[in-house]
Design a protein around this ligand. Structure first.
Ligand code: SF4
Ligand code: SF4
Length: 99
């Protein structure tokens, strides 16, 4: 049986990827739950669209595949929150800390 833990979903405290479909003014992410992909700590949910979408809530991290991050616990994010920064063609989790 895999080990399971009870934890709160990490909030996306800020994201400045203003061309993402889930971005809302004020550096807010409104995707209900993003996936952060491995091996690089990129937001996999990022996609460019002039049509804005998402939910009426602050985004959270639904899953994270970056297992060499200190905050990663069983492929989930155990940080209280994360910050995401636009970088060329990706949006990067800047809360990433190498194990
Ligand atoms: S890049 Fe990721 S964190 Fe940023 S607004 Fe888009 S879905 Fe949210
Ligand atoms: S802080 Fe680490 S575990 Fe959390 S989303 Fe970013 S890369 Fe994944």
């Amino acid at each position: 049986m895999p080990t399971t833990v009870t934890m709160q979903m990490a909030l996306v405290k800020s994201c400045n990827a203003s061309d993402c479909a889930y971005y809302k003014q004020g550096n807010e992410c409104h995707a209900m739950a993003i996936t952060v992909g491995g091996p690089q700590p990129y937001c996999d949910t990022f996609f460019r669209s002039s049509n804005k979408g998402g939910a009426e809530q602050t985004g959270t991290v639904g899953a994270c595949k970056v297992d060499n991050c200190r905050h990663n616990l069983n492929f989930e994010c155990s940080a209280e929150g994360i910050d995401v920064i636009a970088q060329q063609n990706n949006a990067v989790c800047s809360t990433f800390k190498q194990r």
